[in-house]
Structure formats: C-alpha cells, structure tokens
Design a protein around this ligand. Structure first.
Ligand SMILES: Nc1ncnc2c1ncn2[C@@H]1O[C@H](COP(=O)(O)OP(=O)(O)OP(=O)(O)O)[C@@H](O)[C@H]1O
Ligand SMILES: [Mg+2]
Length: 355
C-alpha cells in the first residue's frame, strides 16, 4: 500500500513540476493517477480504492486551483476527472470485494469437501477392515468345520486301536483308515495354504492348445475310470503370457469337478478360442449341473456339495485367474451339465515403432 501511496505522490509531484506550457503532458499525468487507484481498489477493496482516490484528489485539487484556477472551463473538466477517481475506485473496489468473497466461499467449500472426503475414506477403510474380519471369521469357521470331520474319524480309530484284544486284521483296517484321514487333513491344509498365501504368477509365453492337451492327458486316467470321454476342441489362438503351472492347476480343478459331476459318464469338452484381445478356455460337461441358488456361491471358500470335498478348488481357481488379470465364469448348459469359462487377456499390443 505504501508504494501505491508513494506512486500517487510522485504523479502529483510531476504535475507540480511540469510547467503549464507542456499542455500535452498534464492529461497524461492525470491518467497516471488511475493506475495506483485501480491497484489499491483491486487489492484492498472499495475502502482501499476510496483512500487512494481521496489522497489523489487531495494532492491534485490544490494544483488545479493553483495552476488552472483562472481557466474555469479547463479546471471544471479536471474536477470531473477527480470525480471519476471516486467512481472508478468504488466500482473496481466493490467488484474486487465480490470476487474476493466468492473466492473465500469456494476455498471454504473446497476445505469442507476435502474434510468430508477424508471422513469418507476413513469410513471406507473401517468398512473394509470389518469386511476383512468377517471374511476371516467365515474362513476360519470353514476350516474348523473341515478339520473336525477327519479329526473325529481319527479319534474313533485311535480309541479302537487301543483295545488290546483287537484282531490283527481289524487293527490293520483301522490303521489304514487313520492314515487316510491324516492324508485328507494334509491335503486340506495344502489347499488352504494355496488359497491363503497365493503365489505371484511367474509368467511365460504359453500355447493355450498345448495347455489343454496336457490337461486331457492328466485327467485321462480319472476320466476313463468314470466312463467320461474327453474331447479336445482347441482352436488356433495367439500365445498367452501366464504362469502355466497355475493355469494348469485351474483347468485340472475344473476338469476333475466336471468328471465328478458325471457319475454315469458323459463327455467332457475342453475348448480354446480367441476373442478380441482375450483367450477363452472352456471346460464343459454333461453332468448334474449347478442348482440356481448355488451358482453365486460355488467360488466361495469351503462351499461344497460333495461329502469328501473341501470346497477350496474353485476359490483357488478364482484367485489364480484374477491374479492373471482374467475372469472366471460359470453357467449351466441349455441341455444338461455346466460350463466354466476362463478368460485370460493377451499381452497389450506393442506400440508400432516403425515409421
Ligand atoms: N462341473 C460342475 N458341475 C456341477 N457342480 C459343480 C461343478 N464344478 C463345481 N461344482 C459345484 O461347486 C462346488 C465347489 O467346487 P470346488 O471345486 O470348489 O470344491 P469341491 O470340488 O466340492 O471340493 P475340492 O475341489 O476341494 O475337492 C462343488 O461341491 C459342486 O457342488
Ligand atoms: Mg473341486
């Protein structure tokens, strides 16, 4: 503000020092007053503007009286000009005040919004935490339930084995049963660890058709025993960047589920095809299909309808496919059986660097 007041004083001084003969210079100096007045009004509002106009007129009016008092026509235009100082100061100052108030309101709204956003983030985080906790609770309950059955069987077997009068043959039978239950517990824990501590995919370029062939080979024995015929319908596709071991585990899980769903035999179809920038791997069967109310739940950990199933196969498959940036879906076929589809994205197109 001090600089602007000095500027007004400087302009006034120049007026006083410039002889009246320099007629062209005076109007110019007079307009020079507007700059500090405008700036004062702009920065300090209408009060600042009026103060600047008052100082300017206070310094300029004596000069008008002194230098142009004899020329009433000229001096009256000068007074009008002084009046303009006040008009400009008030209008500019008021506009600047309005603009400042608006800016203040916007800043306040922005601050309130960012506060609300922070609160929202905190609530989302809290929700996520309680979601994680309830998922953990469900998972633990499922695991405990799965462990209880083989443990009960083991307990029974051990009690019987303790009887001294037990014939050797029966002893052998119960020892084998205990061994089977221990194996079941071991495989349950291995699957659970696969689910709870998923491995990052170690990707290599893989031919989907070759992958399906290896699934057909791996499932051949189990399929033959269940009277299931495996049909390979592999279409030519681009290779995909995947962890072949993990995707093989997914497809094998789907194939074994399909065989288990066809107790009276049938056809198991393994398909691969390319659609846009994805490769789709399908496993279709002619089995019992999935009840509508279970379609939503079959990927949940520990959801099973099989007496000896752990219900972890599909949840592991889901996790692996998602860690590859893909999708897994299921639907019942129109005639009979179910079809699972694993959709895996092809690597993004390399930008063409040729000119
Ligand atoms: N092809 C299919 N046809 C009909 N039902 C299926 C099929 N695949 C899966 N399901 C249903 O989904 C459930 C969950 O499958 P998931 O593979 O996760 O577990 P599971 O096969 O029961 O046990 P696990 O694979 O751990 O031995 C199965 O119990 C079954 O009810
Ligand atoms: Mg399974």
């Amino acid at each position: 503000m001090g600089i602007l007041v000095c500027a007004i004083a400087a302009v006034s001084l120049l007026h006083y020092l410039t002889p009246n003969s320099h007629v062209w210079l005076h109007p110019l100096l007079q307009r020079a007053y507007y700059i500090p007045i405008l700036l004062m009004a702009f920065w300090f509002g209408w009060r600042g503007g009026l103060l600047a106009a008052l100082i300017a007129s206070g310094l300029y009016i004596p000069y008008i009286v002194m230098a142009w008092g004899s020329n009433s026509e000229y001096s009256s235009t000068q007074y009008v000009e002084v009046g303009m100082f006040f008009v400009i100061a008030t209008v500019t100052g008021s506009l600047a005040d309005v603009e400042r108030r608006q800016r203040q309101r916007i800043e306040e709204t922005a601050a309130r919004l960012s506060e609300t956003y922070a609160q929202l983030q905190a609530s989302i985080e809290q929700l996520r935490r309680s979601d994680r906790l309830s998922a953990l609770g469900e998972l633990s309950a499922g695991l405990a339930h799965e462990i209880r059955n083989p443990l009960g069987a083991l307990d029974g077997a051990v009690q019987i084995l303790q009887r001294p009068e037990l014939p050797a043959e029966t002893r052998q039978e119960f020892a084998e049963m205990a061994g089977r239950e221990v194996d079941r517990l071991k495989s349950l824990l291995t699957s659970f660890l696969d689910f709870a501590r998923p491995q990052q995919p170690q990707r290599t370029m893989t031919e989907p058709a070759l992958l399906l062939e290896s699934i057909a080979r791996l499932a051949a024995e189990t399929a033959k025993m269940a009277n299931v015929e495996i049909c390979l319908e592999a279409q030519e596709t681009a290779p995909i960047s995947i962890d072949a071991e993990q995707i093989r585990q997914v497809l094998l899980n789907l194939a074994l589920n399909a065989v288990q769903a066809m107790p009276d035999g049938g056809r198991l179809v393994l398909r691969s095809r390319q659609k846009d920038r994805s490769v789709i791997l399908e496993v279709a069967d002619e089995g019992v299909g999935i009840a509508a109310e279970n379609l939503e739940r079959i990927f949940d950990p520990f959801f099973t309808t099989r007496a000896t199933g752990t219900g972890l196969g599909l949840s592991i498959a889901h996790q692996i496919v998602h860690s590859h940036g893909g999708e897994i879906s299921v639907r019942n076929n129109s005639d009979r059986g179910a079809m699972f589809a694993v959709i895996l994205p092809l690597a993004p197109l390399q930008p063409d660097t040729r000119t």
